[in-house]
Design a protein around this ligand. Structure first.
Ligand code: ACO
Length: 429
């Protein structure tokens, strides 16, 4: 009769243990009983990079990396990208269910009416150097929001949590737009609450002398879809940062600044920026084979390729390829797309990539679309952050309401020196 348990024999002591298996996992803390003696603190699981460690139970998003599946709250990403809007998807992530028409209207209205930021925030954006990276500006200004809303620290108060969630979803595009305008020396463009979420973001990016900015419908929808595709991705690096910081009961602005900082790195949200640099460096299709050889020699990585979880085509990359075609109908074709498509074709025939199950990820094509929409490269991770905001907040809230969660505090295996006596400086060799 099969049992949901794991039998372990500790060959150091000959003792046997039986650990329960629940949801396909053993509890790491159950390993602690496995000891060689009284002084032994117990067996640890060693897992740098958390390759095989579940840090939480979550009902927000589901990924099957082997089959290339992504679902938010059970809904396939393909259906959401086709039929939903970003704000509806945000509601879904945060509430667990799709809204009714009345709930959606109220949600959109609430977010739309929190898009303005305090004028003082403009003052410190002004203080950044003219070429400050907008992601650095975003990380800092999101953190600064906590000083404007001191009640945000009441994280156990459902109403206080709700209003901070609304504010963050509403204000992050404004901070992003202002960061961009500062970097190009243009006056800030204020939110236009007549426009959709994505349309308003385009307004804050590109409005110049016109009385009213009218976003292109196709580009507005493409951006909305890109936000949907980035909205959540279970326990990735930045979401883990959000949860880890949140586990100390910091306010959501501080938590989100830490998540955005984690996103900034080139191995995570900075990858789409790196993809464009790479495609420009390659420059033409005939130079792809030589570039691939350099990757295979370990001199560099093919940016936008590979994923910790997907060992198949990233489903978001498939959708993005389709969106790219729609955008190019409006903007004209970005010539980098030809290099990208050829690079993908060659890589996917090469045993190096095939054997390591390295496929294009979401970042491989997103930057090419953003560039065609005239969005500068350094804004790419900022756009990722706008899209990921509801996911971070849904995961943060889930963590707070999860009775099993405690302050995040991993263990270590100490490999340093044993005890030794302090040597006064004059006696050191
Ligand atoms: N180019 C070339 N080789 C790669 C790449 C790549 N992009 N990614 C992984 N590999 C190779 C590694 O060298 C390694 O080979 P080896 O076994 O011979 O040593 C093997 O594939 C496994 O790679 P790991 O680094 O162990 O994989 P890991 O899961 O730790 O890393 C990551 C995942 C960080 C995404 C990695 O694939 C990468 O650096 N990709 C490029 C950056 C990128 O596109 N990041 C965006 C990720 S998606 C997102 O954040 C939205």
């Amino acid at each position: 009769m099969p049992k949901d348990s794991l039998s372990i024999t500790d060959n150091r002591t000959g003792k046997q243990y039986e650990l329960p298996i629940q949801d396909g996992a053993v509890r790491a803390v159950d390993l602690r009983q496995i000891k060689t003696g009284e002084d032994d603190p117990g067996l640890l699981a060693y897992d740098p990079g958390f390759i095989n460690t579940a840090s939480c139970k979550s009902a927000v998003s589901y990924i099957d990396g082997a089959r290339g599946i992504l679902r938010y709250r059970g809904y396939p990403i393909e259906q959401l990208a086709e039929q939903s809007t970003f704000l509806e998807t945000a509601y879904l992530l945060l509430h667990g269910e799709l809204p009714s028409a009345a709930e959606l209207d109220a949600w959109v209205l609430e977010i739309t009416h929190h898009t303005f930021i305090h004028e003082n925030i403009k003052k410190f954006i002004d203080g950044f150097h003219h070429d400050a990276h907008p992601m650095g500006v975003l990380v800092s200004t999101v953190a600064a929001l906590s000083t404007f809303y001191p009640e945000a620290k009441h994280i156990q108060d459902e109403r206080a949590r709700h209003i901070q969630i609304i504010r963050l979803i509403a204000k992050v595009p404004t901070l992003a737009g202002f960061a961009h305008r500062h970097s190009v020396g243009l006056p800030y463009a204020y939110p236009d609450n007549d426009l959709s979420y994505a349309g308003n973001f385009l307004n804050m990016m590109f409005k110049t002398t016109e009385v009213k900015f009218v976003p292109n419908q196709t580009l507005q929808r493409a951006l909305d879809v890109l936000f949907i595709l980035h909205a959540d991705h279970e326990q990735n690096c930045s979401t883990s940062a959000m949860r880890t910081t949140g586990s100390s009961h910091a306010d959501p602005y501080s938590c989100m600044a830490s998540a955005a900082a984690a996103l900034y790195g080139p191995l995570h949200g900075g990858a789409n920026e790196e993809v464009l640099k790479m495609l420009r460096e390659i420059g033409s299709k005939d130079r792809i084979p030589a570039y691939i050889e350099r990757v295979k020699r370990g001199e560099l990585r093919l940016m936008g390729f590979g994923h910790r979880i997907y060992k198949n085509y990233d489903p978001r990359a498939t959708i993005i390829k389709r969106v790219a075609a729609e955008v190019f109908d409006v903007t004209g074709k970005n010539p980098l797309i030809d290099i990208a498509v050829e690079l993908e074709r060659i890589a996917l025939q090469d045993d190096y990539f095939v054997s390591r199950k390295l496929f294009p990820n979401v970042d491989f094509y997103s930057g090419i679309i953003y560039e065609a929409m005239q969005i500068p490269v350094d804004m790419f991770p900022v756009l990722f952050a706008i899209g990921r905001t509801p996911g971070w907040l849904a995961q943060w809230q889930e963590m707070l309401l999860d009775k099993e969660q405690r302050i995040s505090r991993p263990r270590q295996i100490y490999v340093g020196a044993g005890v030794r006596d302090y040597v006064p400086i004059e006696q050191r060799g």
